[in-house]
Design a protein around this ligand. Structure first.
Ligand code: F6R
Length: 264
């Protein structure tokens, strides 16, 4: 694991955008795995800026989102399709036919087959080159809640009470928060060639420490990321504040700067 601790949210977002820019400039037909939520918002703003300044082009890029609420359609202002359009896709030069987000408005009988198709489409795109991840307060990645199988694939899932509570900030009433979602599985996520994990703020500190330094357990789904061979953990001082090996990570970062190549 490559752990980079930055001063604040802005610095994390800038570093994340630099990593994406370098990758896309090397491989113009990169397949990106995208997340929603509060954490990547500043990163997406930065990517829009870089695209406007012609420092990056998304013309040949494909994207796959981690998840979508189930039970709302794509024009709903809280749908993740709407989020991606308004925060990124409508402002960059991407072909929106190359942006994939699970459909949240299918009949329940259609879901299993649709999820298989989503997985197949990822494979046909050559797999995900770089997956952006955030972490939920309960340790979830995508909507793989505590107890999810490490081998899970894209499927219909139920959201935990804590996730419903956490996400109620985006809705006028907690009763409006969907109870279900379609989510890539942990097995799907682990197949990404590279992962960029982002977390910011004091309220993520304890769960980040459990995920990075605790035992690998399905009760903290993000803990499985310890097994990924090419993962960059990009966190700010506050989110890093419960890490036992905080000074070790900084020491290794200095070594990385000295040798001039990423150390995973
Ligand atoms: C969103 C997603 C979730 C979020 C997580 C953190 O597509 O998959 O796992 O990354 O809930 O959300 P924020 O960033 O709002 O704290």
């Amino acid at each position: 694991m490559r752990v980079i601790i930055k001063k604040d949210y802005k610095e994390i977002s800038q570093e994340a955008s630099r990593i994406i820019k370098n990758l896309v400039n090397k491989k113009s037909d990169t397949t990106l795995g995208l997340a929603t939520g509060s954490t990547p918002l500043e990163l997406y703003k930065e990517l829009v800026r870089l695209n406007k300044d012609k420092e990056i082009s998304f013309c040949n890029v494909k994207t796959f989102n981690l998840d979508e609420y189930y039970g709302i359609n794509s024009s709903h202002p809280q749908s993740y399709r709407y989020y991606m359009k308004t925060n990124l896709f409508d402002h960059i030069d991407i072909n929106q036919n190359n942006t994939f987000i699970p459909k949240g408005d299918l009949n329940v009988k259609e879901v299993a087959q649709y999820c298989q198709l989503y997985e197949k489409t990822i494979i046909e795109a050559g797999g995900i080159d770089l997956q952006i991840l955030g972490i939920g307060g309960d340790g979830h990645i995508a909507f793989n809640e505590p107890g999810s199988s490490f081998k899970s694939r894209t499927r219909l899932v139920a959201l935990d009470k804590q996730t419903i509570q956490d996400n109620s900030r985006f809705f006028t009433d907690i009763k409006e928060v969907p109870r279900f979602a379609i989510s890539m599985g942990i097995g799907t996520i682990l197949e990404a060639k590279e992962i960029l994990f982002l977390a910011t703020g004091k309220n993520k500190a304890e769960i980040v420490a459990k995920a990075l330094e605790g035992p690998i357990t399905s009760i903290v789904p993000a803990s499985i990321l310890q097994l990924h061979p090419k993962i960059t953990i990009l966190i700010d001082h506050q989110a890093a504040s419960c890490l036992k090996r905080y000074s070790h990570y900084q020491f290794i970062q200095e070594a990385e700067q000295e040798i001039g190549t990423p150390l995973f």
